[in-house]
Design a protein around this ligand. Structure first.
Ligand code: ATP
Ligand code: MG
Length: 409
């Protein structure tokens, strides 16, 4: 029998994993985000499992497993079409670099395992009957809406600096405050955030930005002192930049624009007053964004300028990717910008959507001009014809385009 906590189908599907581990004489619990979010009445998305079984024991119990790094004690178990991360109870020690433990020791006791977890609300566990194990008053902190470090905050942040930005991330996701001593410890140790790899920091910062309560709690990025130690962000008055960012990222139910990384980082670079693409690229590269994100940020930023200044033309609607415009359009409507154009109408009015629809190609141009070898002229004519068709100055018909080529000078 399970109680109402485990009613979610994700838990129900995962129960056989716990049962199987127990049948082999070990303990296993649901831990982490799924427990926290269930107690908060929020939907859950992934299931983490902690167990007294050693990684090699987990591998013997289940037929399909993936080794995520045996020495750290995490094995993925594949069951049906789902996969579950199973982490062996452990203690960690060392952290000479403030990033990862020098050593982990496998242990057999859940309570001891919870001591290495970052926050009280993340140290909760359910057994397979849905009984709650709460060794650090996590339930009280959930009720009081507090992010509190497990144990001595400065020790915990000293071990792993990433936890500092995770505190802000959970505050932004849950509308929680950071408990006073925990916040004080971050303010003291803030500079250590620079030791963390940029990829891990970025992941947590991005989750902070998309947190449902970023508007309410985003100030914690500055209040904690972390903002000024995040690369490239302290180029202008941080409070002003953050204020602008918060105002742009109010994730109410009416928000229809994307929470994609490139859109968020567009708002970030703009909040920092980086309008030039070289300056934007420098920041984005420092944060190790992909080339695709770099390109999308540049496009988004140009589109926002057009929305704020000159308005969109048919040519703009043609040359930018549709989903990028749609997102900027939603953003502009949410900001209640006064617009002199209607994107939907422009989009409907487009004579062609893609060069392949143009009734002209390079071969035809060469034939009409009796050219035997291609040259840059062919590309030039094609581009001009495409432009004129898109803006409606030339009809997309064979005759009109042949005429255009023949009279091109
Ligand atoms: P999410 O809903 O984003 O998955 P989560 O709490 O499950 O939130 P994860 O990053 O999936 O977060 O981590 C799972 C659990 O592992 C956490 O709840 C926490 O107990 C522990 N944990 C993760 N990262 C750390 C860390 N850096 N230091 C200490 N404990 C951590
Ligand atoms: Mg998780």
């Amino acid at each position: 029998m399970t109680n109402q906590y485990l009613a979610d189908p994700l838990f129900q599907e995962a129960l056989p994993v716990l049962l199987e581990i127990e049948a082999h004489g070990h303990e296993a619990y649901f831990v982490g985000g799924s427990v926290r979010d269930t107690l908060l009445g929020l939907p859950i998305h992934d299931i983490d499992i902690a167990s007294s079984a050693r990684p090699e024991e987990i591998q013997c119990i289940f037929r399909r497993t993936i080794d995520l790094g045996m020495e750290h004690g995490t094995i993925i178990v594949l069951m049906g079409d789902k996969d579950y991360e199973i982490t062996t109870f452990r203690t960690e020690e060392g952290y000479t670099d403030g990033r990862r433990p020098d050593k982990v020791h496998f242990i057999r006791d859940l309570e001891e395992d919870t001591l290495r977890r970052d926050f009280t609300i993340n140290s909760l566990a359910f057994n397979r009957q849905g009984k709650l194990f709460d060794y650090h008053h996590g339930k009280e902190d959930l009720d009081a809406q507090l992010i509190r470090a497990v144990g001595e905050p400065s020790d915990r942040f000293g071990e792993d600096s990433l936890r500092m930005i995770r505190a802000v991330r959970f505050a932004s996701q849950l509308n929680f405050d950071i408990e006073a001593d925990t916040l004080k410890a971050i303010q003291e140790l803030k500079a250590n955030i620079q030791q963390v790899s940029i990829e891990r920091t970025r992941e947590e910062l991005t989750k902070t930005l998309v947190g449902d309560y970023f508007y309410e709690k985003g100030d914690l990025l500055v209040e904690s002192g972390l903002w000024e130690y995040l690369p490239e962000l302290s180029t202008k008055d941080s409070s002003a930049a953050l204020k602008e960012l918060r105002e742009n990222l109010q994730w109410g139910s009416a928000t229809r624009f994307t929470r994609s990384e490139s859109f968020l980082w567009t708002l970030m670079v703009r909040a920092l007053d980086l309008k030039e693409s070289t300056a934007q690229r420098q920041l984005l590269r420092r944060w190790k964004h992909s080339n695709r994100t770099l390109q999308e940020v540049q496009d988004y930023s140009q589109l926002m300028d057009l929305y704020l200044e000159d308005g969109l033309t048919l040519w703009d609607v043609y040359r930018f990717e549709e989903h990028l415009i749609q997102n900027v359009d939603c953003w502009a409507h949410q900001k209640e910008l006064t617009l002199t154009f209607d994107y939907e109408e422009l989009s409907k009015a487009l004579p062609i959507r893609d060069r392949s629809e143009l009734k002209l190609d390079g071969r035809k141009i060469m034939e009409l001009l009796s050219m035997t070898k291609g040259s840059s002229l062919v590309g030039e004519i094609l581009e001009k014809a495409e432009y004129q068709v898109v803006i409606g100055e030339l009809t997309n018909s064979r005759e009109a385009l042949d005429d255009f080529v023949m009279n091109y000078s």
